[in-house]
Design a binder for this molecule. Sequence first.
Ligand code: NAG
Ligand code: NAG
Ligand code: NAG
Length: 383
Amino acid sequence: MGSCSFLLPTIFLIIFTFSGSVVQILGLGVGINYGQIANNLPSPSRVSVLLRSLNISRVKLYDADPNVLLAFSNAQVEFIIGLGNEYLENMTDPIKAQNWVQQSLQPHIPQTRIACITVGNEVFKDNDTRLYSFLLPAMQTVYKTLVDLGLDKQVIVTSAHSLDILANSFPPSAGSFRPDLAEYIQPLLSFHAQVKSPFLINAYPYFAYKGSPNEVSLDYVLFQPNQGMIDPNTNLNYDNMLYAQVDAVYSAIKAMGHTDIEVRVSETGWPSNGDEDEAGATIENAGLYNGNLLKRIDQKQGTPAKPSVPIDIYVFALFNENLKPGPASERNYGLYYPDGRPVYNIGLQGYLPVPDQMASASKINVFPVFGLLIYVIAWLLLL
Ligand SMILES: *[C@@H]1O[C@H](CO)[C@@H](O)[C@H](O)[C@H]1NC(C)=O
Ligand SMILES: *[C@@H]1O[C@H](CO)[C@@H](O)[C@H](O)[C@H]1NC(C)=O
Ligand SMILES: *[C@@H]1O[C@H](CO)[C@@H](O)[C@H](O)[C@H]1NC(C)=O
């Protein structure tokens, strides 16, 4: 048992040094979505070791899980945390918003670096117009609370949208929002411009391929070599669908009068497995999509319409999540199995410590202190 505590740093060092691929991704600015809809995931403290071994320093959570935020205190990791849709109505109330910020966010600052709150996720995906109407007031109220507490400079406020908000996405220069959403999105954009926060989208070329596998080119969606698609209005050539989707959102925002809001990708990914009727959900395709994506992030590429703005991307997701509802693909977006093995080899050979090492390491750190304390007390009592 005791030797484990000495072994741990050694094992860490050896594996860290051995996986030469780590060197390649050291400079990556990639972010990762840390979804937790599963009952078999490693503890957050083990995950923090895994992410450190990968030099991944940007993580997006779907809530403000205190176990995760505590485990990453003093780690060099920057978090986006989420406020779920079920909170939106309450967050329009200044008292409740203040309670949430004071109880769920503030205790972790500054030891855990929380840079952003996504208020709601894909709010416009379902036809819940009551929810639509809470979104902006909730964002404004959370923002006002941060201002009052002096936190607005370090924590930005935004939301994440599905691409269902678009009525038109090709050609990218003709991108536009759904007309029925205009009354919600127009003031939302004014808020983003006013507080200088980015507009986040969850963009999945996989959905387009799955919907029309005979019409959509697999190479085009997987960032493989292909002749690309020309936007007839701009003459720009798109060699992949993700960049076309991002530029379509820029166009939709511009059509509403804004050129001052950055578009970022809060989720993108490809499932490694799926049901029989889910075309393209294979290990090979998922490895190509995410591997090619990482290379482009490493090259700090911008889109054809915004070549000088490297796209900010969070990959979905860190682990396969076995309790996600829906088709099989939903449970197979992870780069890793819950035991820390990569689902496919794209040079992300990370190190996940086994649970016993973490457990015994912490026990051993505590026992000498207790032992010493008891020894000192006994000694004092003897005097
Ligand atoms: C990790 O990546 C950052 C850039 O994101 C780089 O500055 C840093 O040197 C890397 N860390 C190591 C240990 O190489
Ligand atoms: C919203 O506020 C009410 C009243 O304080 C509370 O009972 C409810 O649990 C809150 N909803 C959520 C999702 O926290
Ligand atoms: C939303 O409503 C439209 C028609 O108004 C319908 O076509 C669509 O399927 C609905 N979507 C959901 C998720 O209910």
